[in-house]
Design a protein around this ligand. Sequence first.
Ligand code: BGP
Length: 473
Amino acid sequence: MFPKDFLWGGAVAANQCEGAYQEDGKGLSIQDVMPRGIKGPRTERPTPDNLKLEGIDFYHRYKEDIAMFAEMGFKVFRTSIAWSRIFPNGDEEEPNEAGLQFYDNLFDECLKYGIQPLVTISHYETPLHLAEAYDGWLDRRLIGFYERYVRTIFTRYKGKVKYWLTFNEINSILNSPFMSGGINTPKEELTDSQLYQAIHHELVASALATKIGHEIDPEFRIGCMILSMPVYPLSPDPRDVIRAMEEEHRNSVFTDVHVRGEYPGYIKRYFREKGITLDITDEDREILKNTVDFISFSYYVSVCATADESKNIRGEGNLLGGVPNPTLKASEWGWQIDPRGLRYVLNQLWDKYQKPLFIVENGLGAADTLVPDGKGGYTVEDDYRIEYMRDHLLQVEEAIEDGVDVMGYTSWGCIDLVSASTAEMRKRYGFIYVDRNNDGTGTLARYRKKSFYWYKDVIASNGASLHETEGGV
Ligand code: BGP
């Protein structure tokens, strides 16, 4: 059974839905020069083929959209603040009032319906100037710019926002240093020392945000946000088991530091053996001791690992990827579907840390077809999405039965938006269909999908309706 105060809802990110990329004083963000996501080359300046410049026009249509979230019964709505609306270049002394006002209006609109905002402070949308002039998080000065930004938003939205996430999928910097860390230096030229130095700066900034947040409002609940991805051994060969453990360590260092306040032994060994020496000050070590209130994470895929190099083939799927699992099916985009992996990851994190857990992203990216609904309107018969979400939510319930403290679940892309990895509209996650196509055509009209009504029932029954149809796994 789901606890009675379970936070049901949905999630988006500013850069993938707001559009209005130059409105009300907003500066450019790295997303404005990524018309193909992480798959294609970036551009010098924004180009018209970049769907994120207009997004789904959430900036102007948020009232209509939030009303639909309220109709589904959302208790929580996760979005991000676009850093470049508040500090257009990232390094100014004074914030942009029009940007601050937009989020005041947005949060007020949520609160009007009793929906709690859950805010990601930095979601793959570093101000472009910070990437170009400082090389993003490679530069220690980013900590100070981030500190000014968080002080501003914490002070401004105190009383409206209680739940905060410091960096979206902070571990994705391992694979996407530009998108995740605003690092302009091409990935191939980055040394391991540079990468881990940038990571260190982000970890310090995250802990500093937690410290400042608790000072500004002791009621704040501040969490880290991790791209979770269980790594299974490809075979029972102990060498594969150890390889899986080592690959998990690559990611778990981020939670270890956030929850325990210091670097774990295995990463110190990695640094030693790779000859990585980091600039870590005594003050940094003190700041890192400000640990998070909860752990949030995205969950889409699990992967396998093998010590047999001939089988070590990387598959598609999420930003980090891994060896495909021969027992699982995949989505149209090659992301393998593994509902039980969600129960597994919840148990793993709980066993290790005993911190409340929040699933802040999960969902199925699929190509949808709009069809007449028989009542003069249009809908999408997205039974595949319902099946995916039901199977995952039943595993969340299993984890709750296992004794795991799960705070809530916000499905990814509760309204269709531009995808992060491929920057397209065709890959849809929403309960709400948005009429916009990969070529930029479409009216931007919104339509309720079949899953809209399904999720509404799930929330109204606090998960009981999940048992009305048999689970598929
Ligand atoms: C996560 C990101 C989101 C997001 C989601 C789905 O990695 O935090 O921003 O979009 O994955 O990925 P995609 O949009 O590439 O399908």
